[in-house]
Write a protein that binds this ligand. Sequence first.
Ligand SMILES: Cc1cc2nc3c(=O)[nH]c(=O)nc-3n(C[C@H](O)[C@H](O)[C@H](O)COP(=O)(O)O)c2cc1C
Length: 325
Amino acid sequence: MANTGATGGATADFAVRVTLLAVMALPMMAFAPLSPALPAISAHFADVPNIDYLSRFVLTVPAIFIALLSPAAGFLVDRFGRKRLLLGSITLYGVSGLSGAAFDSLPLLLASRGVIGIAMAGILTATTTLVGDYFAGQERQRFLGLRGAFVNYTAVFVNVLGGLIATFVMRVSLARERPRVAVTVAKHHHTWTLIEESRCFGLHLLCEDNLEMVWKFGLATARDTTKFVGTTHRTEATGSPILDDTIGWLDCRVEARLDIGDRTIYVAEVIDGDLQSQESPLTLYRLLELAPPDKQTKMAQDVLHDSAVDTKAIDKWRGRDKGGG
Ligand SMILES: Cc1cc2nc3c(=O)[nH]c(=O)nc-3n(C[C@H](O)[C@H](O)[C@H](O)COP(=O)(O)O)c2cc1C
């Protein structure tokens, strides 16, 4: 056996445990954050025939490569050692993970996902072997249990919180005891995936003091940033995050949904809510007046981008009975 770089004993110090857990979360990170992006990938490559079917290969291609190449990784881990295989695989993971930013082609995207699958085969094999080296008996069982919990919790936190600025919102019930709202959310937004999965959401009324929230939630996607960092929030009955520093909030559970191609209209029951301040609500007109030039430019760019995505999706939806999707 080649030099493994491991102690070979059952005693692993804290740094080793943390490092192993962090590296073992990498394969999950290549899957979990991408699932919500599938509608956006489909929308981006809307011209490619059968894109809704093909976009799912973004998730399955790496899995195929992991299955095919794990035996070879087992050979390499003994031939060249744990450390070399692990470092090489992490490097490959990083390069292939970033490569998507350099091209705009579905075949190349799928090829890069194949390479990331090769990297993951190396990472999974090297880390599993290291666990065998560092831990024995009960200690090994305990560490593997901890690993399962850590990876699953990481997956939850990677995906679960998000939100956007919405102006397509209206009251849709006259009965005060049966309050309902309707919101319209574009399918390529991360928030759409969160509502589809949870079937609930929190709605907030903003005022002029909340301008920073508008930029944070309305001009960036939760696929790139963690929007709730720096806010104080809690959860109410549905489990949706409710922000503290807004004029008012509603905790909503989806009762009906209508797919209109580019967007989904959600009709939701209002479970609970409160008015936290008497400040005047921020209107779209006032928002445009208050926005500094860079934010005005970004909003205009986003409107152009979203309109183009929506146009394709509406046309595809209208042609759905003629085999268009
Ligand atoms: C003033 C304003 C109003 C918006 N209204 C809506 C809306 O009603 N529905 C929608 O889906 N997106 C709307 N958006 C766009 C989203 O808020 C924005 O694209 C957000 O960054 C999406 O984030 P996400 O990908 O994390 O969900 C609006 C944006 C702004 C700035």
